[in-house]
Structures are given as C-alpha cells and as structure tokens.
Design a protein around this ligand. Structure first.
Ligand SMILES: *[C@@H]1O[C@H](CO)[C@@H](O)[C@H](O)[C@H]1NC(C)=O
Ligand SMILES: *[C@@H]1O[C@H](CO)[C@@H](O)[C@H](O)[C@H]1NC(C)=O
Length: 163
C-alpha cells in the first residue's frame, strides 16, 4: 500500500487527501501505463497523470489491485494490508499522511533536478491549471507520459543512491 501510494504520489504530485479519496475507477490500466484521474471537487475538472512502467511500477500496482478482496463494497483504492492480507477497510488520512508528506513537493523537486522546465513542472503538478477541457487532457497524455518517465526515472535513481 505504501509503495503504491508513493508511486502515485510522486508520479502525480498528489496530496494526502487526493490519495485517500482515489477510487479504482479513477485509474485506467492501458497496458503500457496507468492513466490516473484526480477528481477535483471544486472545479469538477479532473487532473490527469500517467504512470509509466519504470522499475516495475505497473507490476506492483497490479499486484496490489489483485489482492483486493472481492466483497469490498466501496470503490476506494487504498485498503489496509495487514498480516499478509488485504482488508476491506479503506486507508484513512492519518495513515496516508505517514507516507512522506512531501510527495507533492518532492515530485516537483525531482523534476526540477532532472532539468525539466518550469512550465512542465507546473503542468505536472496541476498548478495554476485553468480551464482544461477533456479534449485538451486527452491530447496532453503524450506530454504527461514524457513527464512521468522523467520523474519516475529520477525517483528510481534517487532510491538506488539511498539504498
Ligand atoms: C475527499 O473526500 C472528502 C469526503 O468526501 C471530501 O470532504 C474532500 O473534499 C475530498 N478531498 C479531495 C481532495 O477530493
Ligand atoms: C506538449 O508539449 C509540446 C512541446 O513540449 C507543447 O508545444 C504542447 O503545447 C504541449 N501540449 C499540451 C497539451 O500541453
């Protein structure tokens, strides 16, 4: 759960409550990548980001999803995982908050360190995002895939150094 939270958090510069609220319907597995929609309750215009298969990230996500018990009534993605079993209890804010609360800023930092320009970083983090139509969002999936590759490659590099 923590690994998947970290991956999505870094790839999409997500806030804790965005991760907590994420549902299985917000993530589309298109084979080569995941397309993640972060709903925005205020504007109703979702932010979209892509998770690419850097460092077996997709396999990890699929494994986590496959552990989901079939009887779960709600759609929340993150469930508690204890003693080798996935429960049906959704992860709350406090637990999610223990995943490095810096994911949003560290995602931007990783991109900046990788030499990504500020416009791309802003777009990646959804900062100052104005009215984004669905069509625009679809068109930018390619750009978002580029962003995702850069940030995830960088994250894997940092992890290797820390290991
Ligand atoms: C998450 O869900 C709660 C409860 O429905 C809601 O109050 C909150 O605004 C949501 N947060 C986000 C970022 O969507
Ligand atoms: C995608 O990136 C290209 C070049 O980096 C840019 O010209 C274009 O406006 C971007 N498209 C979107 C939808 O952000």
């Amino acid at each position: 759960m923590i690994k998947v939270g970290l991956i999505l958090g870094i790839a999409g510069a997500c806030r804790t409550d965005e991760l907590v609220n994420l549902t299985v319907d917000d993530i589309e597995d298109v084979g080569s990548s995941l397309i993640v929609k972060i709903p925005n309750t205020k504007t109703k215009i979702p932010r979209i980001f892509v998770v690419t298969d850097v460092g077996n990230m997709l396999q990890l996500f699929r494994k986590y999803l496959s552990l989901r018990p079939p009887h779960v009534k709600h759609k929340r993605l993150f469930l508690y995982y204890k003693a080798g079993k996935c429960s049906s209890q959704p992860v709350g804010k406090n637990t999610m908050g223990k995943i490095p609360s810096v994911v949003a800023s560290s995602s931007a930092t990783l991109l900046a360190d990788a030499g990504v320009d500020i416009t791309t970083i802003k777009r990646h983090a959804g900062w100052k995002s104005t009215t984004v139509a669905e069509g625009y969002v679809e068109n930018s999936i390619e750009n978002k895939t580029k962003s995702a590759n850069q940030v995830l490659v960088e994250a894997v590099d940092v992890k290797d150094v820390e290991d």
